[in-house]
Ligand binder design. Structure first.
Ligand code: NHR
Ligand code: GAR
Length: 207
């Protein structure tokens, strides 16, 4: 299943790839009622749910409700794809080793939000995307894969975000396919691929 908050372009790539791959998307849940990704899912006959964080009194109440719905769906994997709510430790530990996130930076650089502007402000010449297992440590879980993109002078945050997004679209379906085929798992705080711990930056995906 996939958790979204917005446009859902990564979701679209995951849906497209699922048609020719080894996994099926059981459901899409958005915390935002107006997320365009919900329409993408409906168009492809993927069941959708809205769990609006604004209708809960606390983060814990939101997390609990979300966790109970996910238990009903009983997915093998929870894929965060542009999901913008921080999840508490109880939630994450309940689904330990079964949550992936795509983050638009070369972690450990720039956890959190506004990553593209922060990379520009720092004068970086390179930026990119990381896919990691989700742990209670925000954007700090073991990295599975990274993809790099160049930063050119005169880049704006928007232009740079679009360049990173292209790379995201290439690598997220690959990683989900690895997980679905049983090649990828989290064990003792490391990402394991084909029974070997990956290096700290994960698999570097070129092209
Ligand atoms: N939860 C845990 N426990 N661990 C992670 O690694 C997580 C996570 C939840 C989401 C995605 C992450 C990203 O890729 C993610 C990773 C939202 C925020 C944030 O500050 C930060 C990181 C990420 C997602 N959210 C604000 C909040 O108060 C709301 C911001 C908004 O709505 O625009 O939750 O970047
Ligand atoms: C993507 O760039 C993703 O990496 C980023 O939001 C965008 C969502 O695009 N995620 C985060 O910033 C998580 N905090 P999409 O909805 O079109 O897939």
């Amino acid at each position: 299943m996939v958790l979204i908050s917005g446009s859902g372009s990564n979701l679209q790539k995951l849906i497209d790839a699922s048609l020719v791959s080894n996994y099926k998307i059981s459901a899409v849940i958005s915390n935002r009622p107006d997320a365009f990704g919900l329409q993408r899912a409906e168009r492809s006959n993927v069941p959708t749910r809205i769990v609006d964080h604004k209708s809960f009194e606390s983060r814990e109440a939101f997390d609990n409700f979300l966790a109970n719905i996910i238990d009903e769906i009983n997915p093998q994997l929870i894929v965060l794809a542009g999901f913008m709510r921080i999840l508490g430790g109880d939630f994450v530990n309940r689904f330990s080793g079964k949550i992936l996130n795509i983050h638009p930076s070369l972690l450990p650089k720039y956890p959190g939000i506004n990553t593209h502007q922060r990379a520009l402000d720092a004068g970086d010449t390179e930026h990119g995307v990381s896919i990691h297992f989700v742990t209670p440590d925000l954007d700090g879980g073991p990295i599975i894969a990274q993809g790099n993109v160049p930063i050119y002078k005169n880049d704006t945050a928007e232009v740079l975000a679009a360049r990173v997004l292209e790379k995201e679209h290439l690598i997220y379906p690959k990683v989900v396919t690895w997980f679905a085929s049983g090649r990828l798992r989290m064990h003792k705080g490391s990402a394991i691929m084909d029974n070997e711990a990956l290096p700290p930056c994960g698999v570097i995906i070129q092209s």
